[in-house]
Design a protein around this ligand. Sequence first.
Ligand SMILES: Nc1nc2c(c(=O)[nH]1)N=C([C@H](O)[C@@H](O)CO)CN2
Length: 125
Amino acid sequence: MDRILIEALDVDTIIGVYGWERTITQALQLDLELATDIRSAAATDDLRLTLDYAAICQRIQAFADAHQFALVETFAERLAECLRNEFSIAWLRLTVRKPGAVARAKSVGIMITRGVRPSREQEPS
Ligand SMILES: Nc1nc2c(c(=O)[nH]1)N=C([C@H](O)[C@@H](O)CO)CN2
């Protein structure tokens, strides 16, 4: 199955387990792989037949503006659910990094995959 890719998307949100983190906005950096079949969009050159990565990026920041989670785990799980529902995404991989959260690490974070991975039988040989 084909994948739409979004790499190193900067998202601002209120997130963290400590009190001081509830008073500031912090940057998260997201990578996404979104399974979709791009062939009909490519054949017709029609954006409506694929996943609009610009619209998805906008939705992600709107989601981040609307929520204040403690854990990056909760942010990732709830965002994955939101995107899968709203954009009819069968399978996705989402990486959420929190740069600078640990002083001696460039970033920390998590990666999740959700949904049913499209089978290879659906792919052309
Ligand atoms: N597994 C996690 N560990 C930690 C998280 C988290 O979201 N998931 N968060 C924190 C703090 O908010 C940290 O980012 C502040 O520096 C600590 N551990």
